[in-house]
Design a protein around this ligand. Structure first.
Ligand SMILES: [Zn+2]
Length: 291
């Protein structure tokens, strides 16, 4: 249910086979380890913990949350002895938003009954924060865009970046900001990376990073163009309905087939962020007898 990959010496990534190809990571030191994100389901989190603590025989001392979304941070509670590190906003939003979301999720997903929201103990806001693990230096840096609290974790010596969700096969900006994402992607392309572990999807290798960044920037400019064009129509939605993910340069099979759905959400969110709520469609309006 969880695929494991060795990215560099003592650096691992994990990918869910059950939920949206979400990823996590681990950096193993001589006497303790760091986990980066916790996957979607308790069973998956526990399989990561077992691998580190039973097979490799080191305790997890730190958990870094790349952002507050459930599939990255709800496993914090399965590392009760660990110090959780995140952006200040991640702590704030886990506190303000995630408790209600968890309550709701418990109704339809029994597994979540064993989950408790654990707030980060150690937070930062601007600049970088470093953590030394054996011979490796982890640099944490804000990379907003997918969400305002997203951070990346770079293993300096290996030039491996755990990017969180600012880097995905299809950019997703519904809870974020398109300008922030563009800036973060441009920053990532300048870091001289060997590998990017995306928040969802497969690892991006050195030779592919530049192309993947460009692809994502092109997608973002395509949706912005579509939304701008739609804003000049009386019923923007009639136009946006026709703008599918492929016409914006991305395949619909990405992220386990979720791409088209995420793309629809992007268009709606971007429109509302830039122009406010549109009338749903001409049909709706006729149907409601407004004309
Ligand atoms: Zn996310």
């Amino acid at each position: 249910m969880v695929q494991r990959e060795r990215v560099a010496e003592n650096v691992y990534s994990f990918q869910s086979e059950v939920y949206a190809q979400v990823t996590a990571g681990a950096v193993i030191g001589p006497s303790w380890a760091v986990v980066i994100d916790t996957l979607a389901l308790p069973e998956e989190t526990l399989s990561i913990r077992d691998f580190i603590e039973q097979e490799l025989q080191v305790p997890v001392r730190y958990v870094i949350d790349t952002h507050y979304h459930a599939d990255h941070s709800w496993g914090n509670c399965f590392f009760p002895g660990a110090t959780v590190i995140a952006h200040r906003l991640c702590r704030e939003w886990l506190d303000m938003r995630s408790r209600a979301a968890l309550e709701e999720a418990r109704h339809h997903t029994l597994e979540y009954r064993s989950v408790k929201i654990v707030l980060p103990h150690l937070t930062f806001d601007r600049g970088n924060m470093s953590l030394r693990v054996g011979k490796k230096t982890l640099s944490m840096m804000p990379l907003p865009g997918h969400s305002g609290d997203n951070i990346g974790v770079m293993v300096e010596e290996d030039r491996v970046l755990f990017a969180g969700d600012v880097f995905m096969p299809l950019p997703y900006i519904v809870d974020g900001d398109i300008e922030d994402m563009i800036a973060s992607l441009k920053l990532i392309s300048k870091l001289g990376l060997e590998n990017v572990v995306q928040g969802h999807g497969d690892i991006v290798l050195r030779g592919e990073v530049e192309g993947a960044v460009k692809d994502n920037l092109n997608y973002l400019s395509a949706i912005r163009k579509a939304v701008r064009k739609a804003s000049r129509r009386k019923y923007p939605w009639d136009l946006l309905e026709e703008v599918d993910v492929e016409s914006c340069g991305k395949s619909r099979v990405l992220i386990g087939g979720l791409a088209e759905d995420l793309h629809r959400q992007n268009l709606r969110a971007l429109f509302e962020q830039l122009y406010g709520k549109p009338p749903a469609s001409s049909e709706d309006e006729y149907g409601n007898g407004h004309r």
